[in-house]
Design a protein around this ligand. Sequence first.
Ligand code: TXA
Ligand code: MG
Length: 315
Amino acid sequence: ANPVLSTKICRYSAEALREAVLLIRAGEPIAVPTETVYGLAADATDSHAVAAIYAAKGRPSFNPLIVHVSDIEMARRLAQFSPAAERLASRFWPGPLTLVLPVRPDSGLSPLIMAGLPTVALRLPAHPAMRALIRESGRPLAAPSANRSGGISPTRAEHVLSSLNGKIRMILDEGPTSEGLESTIVAPEADRVRLLRPGPVTPSMLAQASGLPIDLAQDAARIEAPGQMESHYAPSKPVRLNALKAEKEEFLIGFGLMPCNINLSVDADVREAAANLFAALHQADASAAAGIAVAPIPAEGIGAAINDRLRRAAA
Ligand code: TXA
Ligand code: MG
């Protein structure tokens, strides 16, 4: 059994960053905000550190991790960039896009990251805390979402604490994340871009930047991105979708003007709804209600990614 650690929340500051860097260099995973969700970060070149991420999350070892870099040069040392990959990186990095690319044999990455795949998932995040942590520790950082495997992703430091208290030493707190949903994951190929996980960067944005057709075949993606399992982001209560009103004992998560327990966006704005989604699910889960009902969310723009997460929460 793993020892129980004392977990502290530190408001992001120069001093907190210094302490975080020391922990990373000592091979400890720590929670850090990105613009999408809070990540559980550790040195991607140190197999002990990477193993500690899997242990803290209770994550199956066949589910590979995303590696975060602080600049494109660091990314090019880890993986091979095709022209399409270069176009996507120059348009969307730093930001909420993850590229799945052939890993270089001399990358120095722990093999645990790839979990046996010939590819590595790379992301250059926009959040200053995560970028500073990568730059100051001088290492690429592996970081899955900072929650127990299968649970709801954290968009606030308190969500991390309620899921990983006693499992990690430190949470860098920089308030609620701005995007609220995990990054879009794509595999760029010579003649098309395969979408492995929908997210803030939408298919039309990808098509415009790459000049290639976007392959939405989610069945293939499910096999290839093992984390894209059917049941995920799951609250502990039953979730009912497309609800227009609450049944008895249900907590209703609304959208647009309607009576409900919490509203994702009174103005019916899908971006605002994305930013609020996981906090609403955490709140519904912690409430006394027996079940969770969620209003219909339009599938336009980031709405497609919201519906993807809701479908898995309900599965
Ligand atoms: O926004 C995000 O992407 C957040 C923040 C922390 O960066 N991270 C995140 O990581 O969502 P995680 O571990 O919760 O999800 C990573 C997904 C999993 O579905 C995993 O299977 C997939 O990425 N993945 C990782 N490496 C892959 C690879 N080589 N090929 C295909 N899928 C991969
Ligand atoms: Mg996750």
